[in-house]
Ligand binder design. Sequence first.
Ligand SMILES: *Cc1c(COP(=O)(O)O)cnc(C)c1O
Length: 418
Amino acid sequence: MEGRIPRMVAEQLDAADPLAEFRDRFVHADPELIYLDGNSLGRLPAATTDRLRGVVEEDWGSGLVGSWREWIDWTARLGDRLAQHVLGARPGEVVVSDSTSVNLYKLACAALDAAPRRGTVLIDAEDFPTNRYVMQGIAEQRGLRLRQLSSDIDGGLDLDVLRCALTPDVAVVVLSLVSYRSGALLDMAEVNELARTVGARVVWDVSHAAGAVPIDVTATGTELAVGCTYKYLNGGPGAPAFLYVCRELQTRLRQPIWGWFGQREQFQMGPDYDPMPSIERFLVSTPPLLSLAALDPALTVIEEAGMARIREKGLLLGRLADDLVDTMLTPLGFVPASPRSPYRRGSHVSLYHPHAWQICQASAEEAKVVCDYRVPDRLRIGLSPLYTRFTDIWDGIARIREVTVGQSDTSDPPIRRG
Ligand SMILES: *Cc1c(COP(=O)(O)O)cnc(C)c1O
């Protein structure tokens, strides 16, 4: 069974991989560990440690408060780099700030305030939990109707369901470009067009897409987006998130948290809030400088590799993973759950298995393969293109196979976990 796709196939793909050398731009503390969870927390870029040491020792340690002269525009400078290399936005349309949840709150409230006569918000019932909770809270606070669109936990949202729900009363739609569980990828341009026909605004969450698939907010007519930087962008745990507001909308929207970093002439310390006429009006407060600093070397790696090449490799990794799952894992009770074509998903795949949770635990503990588990019974395999070799996929799936064979010997009943 295991012989069906010889390891040599993966070795040849590695030998022909134009991004192969980028693996060395990351720290591999345990060379035997196969890390297939870059979609939860990206690896540590090799340059990050020195960069942070520099910021701590020189900027903070020596420069002290004077370093703010340099620090003050980092949120905008990093935002412009994300705009250009990751999001397809124009300069002055992206800032790094707060967390994804907080940015979603800010942009959703801003969009709702701009549509006071509409009373409905739409979310995907299977969206990442924080998005659903944030929107539930907003709907309750404002007395709005929240409609949860039913969608398939593996196949993603059917656009016909969205089309039917888009009535003239809809103010805001919140959707993830790539589904966190299955990896299902939505058609950004088509969704935007559907929403536009009824005058609704879409707030996109691109957390699982940024750094995995090329995004072009301009070409797709996207107005508002948020996303995190610690997954495929490798910014580190809790790295600050980003937000995008298209230029045309910026002065028409006001966000609900009137912090001093959004204020015109911030250091005039004026009496009343008067937000900047630019993307900075969506900032709130003093940015976490040490975490921001970690984004600089992380983005450098992305910029050098380029999103087009990253996606190309991601598609090849995805296809190899599909083929290996079919030959090595489906005979053991795994069922591919993500959309079958790599073009229809981000850079991770999801597999159903009744014992997914135990297999996930055992793979990490016994076989040094880190992937992750998502309720109810899905195993997620992340294929982060910058540092995942084709042989990592081959070896990882072979090890998961061995672990699963070992597990079925003990025939434990499946444990249900909430
Ligand atoms: C990871 C992720 C988040 C993270 O939100 P935080 O506020 O950073 O905790 C939000 N939304 C989606 C879709 C995600 O995948």
